[in-house]
Design a protein around this ligand. Structure first.
Ligand SMILES: [Zn+2]
Ligand SMILES: [Zn+2]
Length: 494
Protein backbone atom coordinates (compact mmCIF):
# COMPACT_ATOMS: atom_id res chain seq x y z
CA UNK A 1 0.00 0.00 0.00
CA UNK A 2 1.51 3.40 -0.95
CA UNK A 3 2.45 5.57 2.04
CA UNK A 4 0.02 8.34 1.14
CA UNK A 5 -2.93 5.89 1.26
CA UNK A 6 -1.68 4.58 4.57
CA UNK A 7 -1.58 8.12 5.98
CA UNK A 8 -4.98 8.98 4.52
CA UNK A 9 -6.68 5.89 5.94
CA UNK A 10 -5.03 6.30 9.35
CA UNK A 11 -6.37 9.84 9.45
CA UNK A 12 -9.88 8.60 8.58
CA UNK A 13 -9.70 6.06 11.43
CA UNK A 14 -8.62 8.80 13.84
CA UNK A 15 -11.41 11.12 12.75
CA UNK A 16 -13.92 8.30 13.16
CA UNK A 17 -12.65 7.49 16.65
CA UNK A 18 -12.67 11.03 17.98
CA UNK A 19 -15.36 12.60 15.81
CA UNK A 20 -13.09 15.45 14.76
CA UNK A 21 -9.87 16.26 12.92
CA UNK A 22 -8.16 17.63 16.01
CA UNK A 23 -5.14 15.75 17.39
CA UNK A 24 -6.42 12.77 19.42
CA UNK A 25 -6.07 12.85 23.23
CA UNK A 26 -4.58 9.32 23.23
CA UNK A 27 -1.69 8.25 21.02
CA UNK A 28 -2.64 5.85 18.23
CA UNK A 29 -0.19 3.20 19.35
CA UNK A 30 -2.14 2.86 22.60
CA UNK A 31 -5.38 2.32 20.70
CA UNK A 32 -3.86 -0.44 18.58
CA UNK A 33 -3.07 -2.51 21.67
CA UNK A 34 -5.40 -5.34 22.78
CA UNK A 35 -8.44 -4.49 24.89
CA UNK A 36 -7.26 -6.37 27.98
CA UNK A 37 -4.32 -3.98 28.29
CA UNK A 38 -6.40 -0.86 27.83
CA UNK A 39 -6.27 -0.52 24.05
CA UNK A 40 -9.05 -0.71 21.48
CA UNK A 41 -7.53 -3.34 19.20
CA UNK A 42 -7.62 -0.98 16.22
CA UNK A 43 -5.69 -2.19 13.18
CA UNK A 44 -2.37 -0.38 12.94
CA UNK A 45 -2.15 0.13 9.19
CA UNK A 46 1.55 0.91 9.16
CA UNK A 47 2.34 -2.25 11.14
CA UNK A 48 0.00 -4.26 8.93
CA UNK A 49 1.76 -3.05 5.78
CA UNK A 50 5.12 -3.81 7.33
CA UNK A 51 3.91 -7.32 8.21
CA UNK A 52 2.96 -7.80 4.55
CA UNK A 53 6.47 -6.70 3.53
CA UNK A 54 7.93 -9.21 5.99
CA UNK A 55 5.91 -11.95 4.28
CA UNK A 56 7.41 -10.85 0.94
CA UNK A 57 10.86 -11.05 2.49
CA UNK A 58 10.04 -14.56 3.66
CA UNK A 59 9.14 -15.53 0.07
CA UNK A 60 12.33 -13.92 -1.21
CA UNK A 61 14.36 -16.07 1.16
CA UNK A 62 12.51 -19.27 0.37
CA UNK A 63 15.16 -21.31 -1.38
CA UNK A 64 13.12 -24.50 -1.28
CA UNK A 65 11.75 -26.26 -4.33
CA UNK A 66 8.46 -24.36 -4.33
CA UNK A 67 10.09 -20.94 -4.22
CA UNK A 68 8.37 -18.58 -6.67
CA UNK A 69 10.38 -17.83 -9.82
CA UNK A 70 9.82 -14.14 -9.12
CA UNK A 71 12.14 -14.50 -6.10
CA UNK A 72 15.05 -15.55 -8.32
CA UNK A 73 14.44 -12.50 -10.47
CA UNK A 74 14.27 -10.25 -7.41
CA UNK A 75 17.57 -11.64 -6.09
CA UNK A 76 19.19 -11.01 -9.48
CA UNK A 77 17.93 -7.41 -9.45
CA UNK A 78 19.22 -6.92 -5.88
CA UNK A 79 22.66 -8.26 -6.77
CA UNK A 80 22.84 -5.98 -9.80
CA UNK A 81 21.91 -2.96 -7.69
CA UNK A 82 24.53 -3.43 -4.95
CA UNK A 83 26.34 -0.11 -4.56
CA UNK A 84 29.63 -0.06 -6.45
CA UNK A 85 31.30 1.39 -3.36
CA UNK A 86 30.90 -2.01 -1.65
CA UNK A 87 32.57 -3.93 -4.43
CA UNK A 88 36.06 -4.20 -5.75
CA UNK A 89 36.79 -2.17 -8.83
CA UNK A 90 37.82 -5.39 -10.46
CA UNK A 91 34.90 -6.92 -12.32
CA UNK A 92 35.75 -10.46 -11.29
CA UNK A 93 34.96 -9.63 -7.69
CA UNK A 94 32.63 -12.02 -5.92
CA UNK A 95 32.81 -10.71 -2.38
CA UNK A 96 29.05 -10.28 -2.23
CA UNK A 97 27.43 -13.62 -2.85
CA UNK A 98 24.51 -13.71 -0.46
CA UNK A 99 23.75 -10.37 1.13
CA UNK A 100 21.30 -11.76 3.70
CA UNK A 101 24.16 -13.72 5.23
CA UNK A 102 26.69 -10.89 5.13
CA UNK A 103 27.28 -7.86 7.35
CA UNK A 104 26.62 -5.42 4.55
CA UNK A 105 22.94 -6.26 4.74
CA UNK A 106 22.32 -5.11 8.29
CA UNK A 107 24.37 -1.97 8.02
CA UNK A 108 22.64 -0.59 4.97
CA UNK A 109 19.45 1.16 4.11
CA UNK A 110 18.49 0.56 0.52
CA UNK A 111 17.86 3.69 -1.45
CA UNK A 112 19.21 2.74 -4.86
CA UNK A 113 17.07 4.00 -7.72
CA UNK A 114 17.99 0.86 -9.62
CA UNK A 115 15.77 -1.10 -7.24
CA UNK A 116 12.04 -1.32 -7.88
CA UNK A 117 9.94 0.16 -5.07
CA UNK A 118 8.63 -3.17 -3.79
CA UNK A 119 12.05 -4.81 -3.60
CA UNK A 120 13.50 -1.77 -1.85
CA UNK A 121 10.72 -1.89 0.73
CA UNK A 122 11.21 -5.62 1.26
CA UNK A 123 14.96 -5.22 1.78
CA UNK A 124 14.54 -2.31 4.15
CA UNK A 125 11.99 -4.10 6.32
CA UNK A 126 14.49 -6.89 6.96
CA UNK A 127 17.22 -4.41 7.79
CA UNK A 128 14.87 -2.41 10.05
CA UNK A 129 13.87 -5.43 12.12
CA UNK A 130 17.37 -6.91 12.14
CA UNK A 131 17.23 -10.01 9.99
CA UNK A 132 20.18 -12.01 11.23
CA UNK A 133 21.60 -15.45 11.85
CA UNK A 134 21.93 -15.42 15.63
CA UNK A 135 21.15 -19.01 16.53
CA UNK A 136 22.78 -20.60 19.60
CA UNK A 137 24.66 -23.22 17.59
CA UNK A 138 25.56 -23.54 13.91
CA UNK A 139 26.05 -26.91 12.26
CA UNK A 140 29.40 -27.53 10.58
CA UNK A 141 27.63 -27.71 7.24
CA UNK A 142 26.25 -24.20 7.70
CA UNK A 143 29.51 -22.79 9.01
CA UNK A 144 31.39 -23.78 5.87
CA UNK A 145 28.63 -22.56 3.56
CA UNK A 146 28.73 -18.98 4.87
CA UNK A 147 30.21 -16.35 2.56
CA UNK A 148 33.90 -15.74 3.26
CA UNK A 149 33.67 -11.96 2.86
CA UNK A 150 31.69 -9.45 4.93
CA UNK A 151 31.38 -12.35 7.35
CA UNK A 152 28.68 -12.00 10.02
CA UNK A 153 30.90 -13.68 12.58
CA UNK A 154 34.09 -11.71 11.96
CA UNK A 155 35.69 -10.70 15.28
CA UNK A 156 35.52 -6.96 15.81
CA UNK A 157 38.56 -5.10 14.52
CA UNK A 158 39.58 -7.74 11.97
CA UNK A 159 37.64 -6.27 9.08
CA UNK A 160 40.56 -4.38 7.52
CA UNK A 161 42.39 -7.64 6.83
CA UNK A 162 39.99 -8.36 4.01
CA UNK A 163 41.28 -5.36 2.12
CA UNK A 164 44.97 -5.99 1.40
CA UNK A 165 46.35 -7.23 -1.90
CA UNK A 166 46.48 -10.89 -0.84
CA UNK A 167 42.86 -10.91 0.26
CA UNK A 168 41.96 -9.28 -3.04
CA UNK A 169 43.93 -11.95 -4.89
CA UNK A 170 42.05 -14.67 -2.99
CA UNK A 171 38.78 -13.14 -4.19
CA UNK A 172 39.72 -12.55 -7.79
CA UNK A 173 42.44 -15.05 -8.77
CA UNK A 174 41.66 -17.88 -6.33
CA UNK A 175 37.89 -17.40 -6.69
CA UNK A 176 37.27 -17.72 -2.95
CA UNK A 177 33.61 -17.18 -2.17
CA UNK A 178 32.73 -19.26 0.88
CA UNK A 179 34.36 -20.45 4.08
CA UNK A 180 34.92 -23.89 2.55
CA UNK A 181 36.89 -22.21 -0.27
CA UNK A 182 39.08 -20.57 2.38
CA UNK A 183 39.65 -23.92 4.08
CA UNK A 184 40.75 -25.46 0.77
CA UNK A 185 43.29 -22.64 0.34
CA UNK A 186 44.59 -23.08 3.87
CA UNK A 187 44.99 -26.84 3.41
CA UNK A 188 47.48 -26.32 0.58
CA UNK A 189 49.97 -25.20 3.24
CA UNK A 190 49.88 -28.74 4.62
CA UNK A 191 50.33 -30.36 1.22
CA UNK A 192 53.57 -32.34 1.08
CA UNK A 193 54.28 -31.35 -2.50
CA UNK A 194 54.08 -27.67 -1.62
CA UNK A 195 57.64 -26.50 -1.00
CA UNK A 196 57.72 -24.06 1.91
CA UNK A 197 61.56 -24.03 1.87
CA UNK A 198 61.59 -22.29 -1.43
CA UNK A 199 58.17 -20.75 -1.79
CA UNK A 200 58.95 -18.37 -4.62
CA UNK A 201 59.95 -21.24 -6.87
CA UNK A 202 57.50 -23.87 -5.68
CA UNK A 203 56.41 -26.00 -8.60
CA UNK A 204 53.59 -27.84 -6.83
CA UNK A 205 50.33 -28.40 -8.62
CA UNK A 206 48.53 -25.65 -6.68
CA UNK A 207 51.21 -22.98 -6.96
CA UNK A 208 51.39 -23.58 -10.72
CA UNK A 209 47.63 -23.43 -11.02
CA UNK A 210 47.23 -20.08 -9.24
CA UNK A 211 50.27 -18.53 -10.91
CA UNK A 212 48.59 -19.37 -14.18
CA UNK A 213 45.49 -17.54 -12.95
CA UNK A 214 47.61 -14.45 -12.36
CA UNK A 215 48.62 -14.81 -8.69
CA UNK A 216 52.21 -13.71 -8.11
CA UNK A 217 52.55 -14.91 -4.50
CA UNK A 218 50.51 -18.11 -3.95
CA UNK A 219 52.06 -19.02 -0.62
CA UNK A 220 51.23 -15.61 0.86
CA UNK A 221 47.65 -16.02 -0.32
CA UNK A 222 47.34 -19.44 1.32
CA UNK A 223 48.61 -17.91 4.55
CA UNK A 224 46.16 -15.09 4.19
CA UNK A 225 43.30 -17.58 3.92
CA UNK A 226 44.45 -19.15 7.17
CA UNK A 227 44.61 -15.75 8.86
CA UNK A 228 41.10 -14.82 7.71
CA UNK A 229 39.77 -18.11 9.08
CA UNK A 230 41.39 -17.30 12.42
CA UNK A 231 39.53 -14.01 12.53
CA UNK A 232 36.17 -15.77 12.65
CA UNK A 233 34.52 -15.77 16.05
CA UNK A 234 34.12 -19.15 17.81
CA UNK A 235 30.42 -19.59 17.12
CA UNK A 236 30.92 -19.36 13.36
CA UNK A 237 34.35 -20.93 13.18
CA UNK A 238 34.52 -24.38 11.54
CA UNK A 239 37.77 -25.04 13.40
CA UNK A 240 35.96 -24.97 16.73
CA UNK A 241 35.09 -28.47 17.82
CA UNK A 242 31.63 -27.66 19.14
CA UNK A 243 29.98 -29.46 16.25
CA UNK A 244 31.69 -32.67 17.34
CA UNK A 245 29.74 -32.72 20.58
CA UNK A 246 26.34 -34.10 19.81
CA UNK A 247 23.45 -32.78 21.83
CA UNK A 248 21.06 -35.38 20.59
CA UNK A 249 19.53 -37.85 22.99
CA UNK A 250 21.33 -41.18 22.85
CA UNK A 251 19.89 -44.69 23.04
CA UNK A 252 21.53 -45.17 26.46
CA UNK A 253 19.92 -41.98 27.77
CA UNK A 254 16.55 -43.29 26.69
CA UNK A 255 17.16 -46.70 28.23
CA UNK A 256 18.05 -45.19 31.61
CA UNK A 257 15.00 -42.94 31.53
CA UNK A 258 12.71 -45.86 30.82
CA UNK A 259 14.30 -47.81 33.67
CA UNK A 260 13.34 -44.96 35.98
CA UNK A 261 9.74 -44.88 34.81
CA UNK A 262 7.01 -45.71 37.29
CA UNK A 263 4.36 -46.23 34.61
CA UNK A 264 4.23 -47.16 30.90
CA UNK A 265 7.23 -45.76 28.95
CA UNK A 266 5.00 -43.92 26.44
CA UNK A 267 4.13 -41.43 29.18
CA UNK A 268 7.74 -40.24 29.19
CA UNK A 269 9.04 -37.31 27.21
CA UNK A 270 12.72 -36.39 27.12
CA UNK A 271 13.50 -32.72 26.67
CA UNK A 272 15.39 -32.11 23.44
CA UNK A 273 18.32 -29.78 24.20
CA UNK A 274 19.65 -29.68 20.64
CA UNK A 275 19.86 -26.15 19.23
CA UNK A 276 22.01 -26.87 16.18
CA UNK A 277 20.82 -25.33 12.92
CA UNK A 278 19.06 -27.68 10.53
CA UNK A 279 17.64 -27.64 7.01
CA UNK A 280 18.74 -24.96 4.58
CA UNK A 281 20.75 -22.14 6.10
CA UNK A 282 18.10 -19.54 5.16
CA UNK A 283 15.45 -21.41 7.13
CA UNK A 284 17.39 -20.47 10.26
CA UNK A 285 17.45 -16.71 9.75
CA UNK A 286 15.75 -14.71 12.48
CA UNK A 287 13.98 -11.39 12.40
CA UNK A 288 13.34 -9.00 15.34
CA UNK A 289 16.75 -9.84 16.75
CA UNK A 290 18.62 -7.43 18.97
CA UNK A 291 21.87 -6.42 17.26
CA UNK A 292 23.37 -5.19 20.53
CA UNK A 293 22.94 -8.64 22.07
CA UNK A 294 24.40 -10.73 19.24
CA UNK A 295 26.64 -13.44 20.52
CA UNK A 296 29.97 -14.40 18.96
CA UNK A 297 30.94 -17.14 21.37
CA UNK A 298 29.77 -20.63 20.89
CA UNK A 299 27.11 -22.10 23.15
CA UNK A 300 27.96 -25.29 24.98
CA UNK A 301 26.24 -27.60 27.38
CA UNK A 302 27.94 -28.27 30.70
CA UNK A 303 30.65 -30.92 30.26
CA UNK A 304 29.52 -34.53 30.64
CA UNK A 305 31.07 -36.58 33.42
CA UNK A 306 31.28 -40.35 33.81
CA UNK A 307 28.72 -42.32 35.84
CA UNK A 308 26.16 -39.58 36.35
CA UNK A 309 23.81 -39.98 39.32
CA UNK A 310 20.08 -40.40 38.69
CA UNK A 311 17.78 -38.01 40.52
CA UNK A 312 14.01 -38.29 40.62
CA UNK A 313 11.83 -35.35 41.62
CA UNK A 314 8.06 -35.13 41.98
CA UNK A 315 6.61 -31.70 41.32
CA UNK A 316 3.22 -30.27 41.95
CA UNK A 317 1.61 -26.88 41.56
CA UNK A 318 -1.70 -26.02 43.11
CA UNK A 319 -3.91 -23.00 43.18
CA UNK A 320 -6.75 -22.08 45.46
CA UNK A 321 -9.53 -20.32 43.55
CA UNK A 322 -7.69 -20.69 40.25
CA UNK A 323 -8.32 -17.77 37.84
CA UNK A 324 -9.96 -15.77 40.61
CA UNK A 325 -8.80 -12.39 41.93
CA UNK A 326 -8.09 -13.94 45.33
CA UNK A 327 -6.22 -16.88 43.82
CA UNK A 328 -3.31 -18.14 45.84
CA UNK A 329 -0.87 -20.56 44.26
CA UNK A 330 1.75 -22.75 45.87
CA UNK A 331 4.25 -25.39 44.82
CA UNK A 332 5.48 -28.70 46.11
CA UNK A 333 8.73 -30.49 45.25
CA UNK A 334 9.56 -33.90 46.70
CA UNK A 335 12.87 -35.72 46.14
CA UNK A 336 12.82 -38.28 48.95
CA UNK A 337 11.85 -38.67 52.61
CA UNK A 338 13.49 -36.02 54.81
CA UNK A 339 15.42 -34.63 51.86
CA UNK A 340 16.45 -31.06 52.78
CA UNK A 341 15.70 -29.97 49.20
CA UNK A 342 12.00 -30.80 49.47
CA UNK A 343 9.91 -27.64 49.09
CA UNK A 344 6.42 -26.58 50.08
CA UNK A 345 5.99 -22.85 49.49
CA UNK A 346 3.60 -20.24 48.16
CA UNK A 347 4.68 -18.68 44.87
CA UNK A 348 5.94 -15.09 44.86
CA UNK A 349 3.34 -12.34 44.98
CA UNK A 350 4.76 -10.74 41.81
CA UNK A 351 3.80 -13.74 39.67
CA UNK A 352 0.39 -14.56 38.25
CA UNK A 353 -1.31 -16.86 40.75
CA UNK A 354 -2.37 -19.86 38.69
CA UNK A 355 -2.04 -23.61 38.55
CA UNK A 356 0.16 -23.62 35.49
CA UNK A 357 2.45 -20.94 36.87
CA UNK A 358 2.90 -22.97 40.06
CA UNK A 359 3.62 -26.15 38.04
CA UNK A 360 6.31 -24.35 36.05
CA UNK A 361 7.80 -22.75 39.14
CA UNK A 362 8.07 -26.17 40.80
CA UNK A 363 10.00 -27.47 37.76
CA UNK A 364 12.18 -24.34 37.82
CA UNK A 365 13.00 -25.01 41.49
CA UNK A 366 14.01 -28.60 40.72
CA UNK A 367 16.36 -27.40 37.99
CA UNK A 368 18.03 -24.99 40.40
CA UNK A 369 18.44 -27.67 43.07
CA UNK A 370 19.71 -30.50 40.86
CA UNK A 371 23.32 -30.64 39.65
CA UNK A 372 23.58 -30.41 35.89
CA UNK A 373 25.67 -33.59 35.70
CA UNK A 374 22.81 -35.73 37.05
CA UNK A 375 20.23 -37.44 34.88
CA UNK A 376 17.03 -35.87 36.05
CA UNK A 377 13.65 -37.59 36.04
CA UNK A 378 10.76 -35.26 36.79
CA UNK A 379 7.36 -36.79 37.62
CA UNK A 380 4.37 -34.50 37.39
CA UNK A 381 0.61 -34.76 36.94
CA UNK A 382 0.61 -31.64 34.76
CA UNK A 383 0.27 -32.81 31.17
CA UNK A 384 0.16 -29.13 30.23
CA UNK A 385 3.69 -28.42 31.53
CA UNK A 386 5.12 -31.48 29.77
CA UNK A 387 3.50 -30.49 26.50
CA UNK A 388 4.72 -26.88 26.80
CA UNK A 389 8.33 -27.92 27.45
CA UNK A 390 8.74 -31.04 25.36
CA UNK A 391 6.35 -30.68 22.43
CA UNK A 392 5.56 -27.04 21.79
CA UNK A 393 8.83 -25.42 22.71
CA UNK A 394 10.09 -25.35 19.13
CA UNK A 395 7.07 -23.42 17.85
CA UNK A 396 7.15 -21.08 20.87
CA UNK A 397 10.82 -20.35 20.19
CA UNK A 398 10.18 -19.93 16.46
CA UNK A 399 7.79 -17.03 17.00
CA UNK A 400 9.66 -15.53 19.93
CA UNK A 401 6.98 -16.53 22.48
CA UNK A 402 4.62 -13.93 21.05
CA UNK A 403 1.40 -15.87 21.81
CA UNK A 404 2.52 -17.39 25.10
CA UNK A 405 1.31 -16.18 28.46
CA UNK A 406 4.01 -17.90 30.55
CA UNK A 407 7.02 -16.78 28.49
CA UNK A 408 8.68 -15.10 31.50
CA UNK A 409 8.99 -18.51 33.16
CA UNK A 410 9.25 -20.80 30.13
CA UNK A 411 12.32 -18.98 28.81
CA UNK A 412 14.53 -19.42 31.91
CA UNK A 413 13.38 -23.03 32.29
CA UNK A 414 14.24 -23.86 28.69
CA UNK A 415 17.59 -22.11 29.17
CA UNK A 416 18.44 -24.31 32.11
CA UNK A 417 17.24 -27.46 30.34
CA UNK A 418 19.39 -26.70 27.28
CA UNK A 419 22.44 -26.09 29.43
CA UNK A 420 22.25 -29.30 31.47
CA UNK A 421 25.04 -31.81 30.83
CA UNK A 422 22.66 -34.75 31.12
CA UNK A 423 19.17 -35.46 29.97
CA UNK A 424 15.98 -34.32 31.68
CA UNK A 425 12.91 -36.45 31.30
CA UNK A 426 9.31 -35.77 32.22
CA UNK A 427 6.84 -38.46 33.11
CA UNK A 428 3.15 -37.84 33.44
CA UNK A 429 1.70 -39.50 36.52
CA UNK A 430 -1.94 -39.70 37.48
CA UNK A 431 -2.84 -37.31 40.29
CA UNK A 432 -4.58 -38.58 43.47
CA UNK A 433 -3.80 -42.17 42.51
CA UNK A 434 -1.83 -43.13 45.61
CA UNK A 435 1.55 -42.68 43.95
CA UNK A 436 3.77 -41.90 46.93
CA UNK A 437 5.96 -39.18 45.42
CA UNK A 438 3.00 -37.47 43.82
CA UNK A 439 1.05 -37.48 47.07
CA UNK A 440 4.05 -36.12 49.00
CA UNK A 441 4.47 -33.27 46.51
CA UNK A 442 0.74 -32.61 46.70
CA UNK A 443 0.94 -32.48 50.47
CA UNK A 444 3.93 -30.12 50.41
CA UNK A 445 2.07 -27.77 48.05
CA UNK A 446 -0.93 -27.76 50.42
CA UNK A 447 1.39 -26.95 53.32
CA UNK A 448 3.00 -24.21 51.28
CA UNK A 449 -0.37 -22.59 50.68
CA UNK A 450 -0.65 -21.97 54.44
CA UNK A 451 2.62 -20.05 54.56
CA UNK A 452 3.27 -16.48 53.47
CA UNK A 453 5.99 -15.55 51.03
CA UNK A 454 6.83 -11.86 51.08
CA UNK A 455 9.71 -12.35 48.65
CA UNK A 456 9.48 -11.45 45.02
CA UNK A 457 10.68 -14.03 42.53
CA UNK A 458 13.22 -12.94 39.95
CA UNK A 459 14.15 -15.04 36.94
CA UNK A 460 17.39 -14.87 35.08
CA UNK A 461 17.49 -15.78 31.43
CA UNK A 462 21.02 -15.75 30.10
CA UNK A 463 21.08 -14.76 26.45
CA UNK A 464 23.08 -17.91 25.85
CA UNK A 465 21.10 -21.02 24.92
CA UNK A 466 18.42 -18.67 23.74
CA UNK A 467 17.22 -17.79 20.32
CA UNK A 468 16.90 -14.12 19.50
CA UNK A 469 13.83 -12.96 17.65
CA UNK A 470 11.58 -15.11 15.51
CA UNK A 471 12.45 -17.58 12.75
CA UNK A 472 11.41 -15.83 9.53
CA UNK A 473 10.72 -19.04 7.63
CA UNK A 474 8.14 -20.07 10.25
CA UNK A 475 6.53 -16.67 10.78
CA UNK A 476 2.89 -15.96 9.89
CA UNK A 477 1.69 -12.49 8.91
CA UNK A 478 -0.45 -12.37 12.04
CA UNK A 479 2.51 -13.03 14.33
CA UNK A 480 4.72 -10.63 12.36
CA UNK A 481 2.11 -7.93 13.00
CA UNK A 482 2.12 -8.67 16.73
CA UNK A 483 5.91 -8.63 16.87
CA UNK A 484 5.98 -5.25 15.13
CA UNK A 485 3.55 -3.83 17.70
CA UNK A 486 5.62 -5.33 20.50
CA UNK A 487 8.84 -3.84 19.19
CA UNK A 488 7.22 -0.39 18.85
CA UNK A 489 5.89 -0.48 22.43
CA UNK A 490 9.32 -1.61 23.64
CA UNK A 491 10.90 1.32 21.85
CA UNK A 492 8.40 3.81 23.34
CA UNK A 493 9.18 2.43 26.83
CA UNK A 494 12.90 3.00 26.30
ZN1 LIG B 1 53.38 -24.77 -3.90
ZN1 LIG C 1 47.01 -15.16 -4.85
Amino acid sequence: MPTEYEKYLTKRIRTYMWGSDTPPPIAMNHLTRPQNVGGRNILDLKAQNEAISIMKLKKLLDYSGDCPTASDTAIAIIMAAIPKSLQEKNHKDNSISNIFLQTIYMKNRYTSRALPNEIRKTLNIGAKYNLHLDVPKLSLEHKIKLPAWHHIGRTPGARHREYNSHARCLRTQHKVETISDLIIQEQILEDLTHNIENITRCECHNCKKYRKEGCTHPNACFNKASQILNDIAPKFNPQEDDHLLSEEITKDDRAVTIKNAIGPPEKIKIFNPDTTTKGSIHENLQIFTNPTKCKLETVRQDPKTQNPPDITAYTNGSCDQNSDKNAKASLGVWFSTNNPNNIGAPIGKNIIQSNNMAELLAIHSVLILTPSKARLHIKTDSAWAIKALCENIRSHTDNDFINISHANLLKPIVNKLRKRARQTSFEWVKGHARITGNEKADHLAAEGAQKTNPQKVIFFTSPKHNYMGAILAALSQRDAYKLILRSTTQKTKE
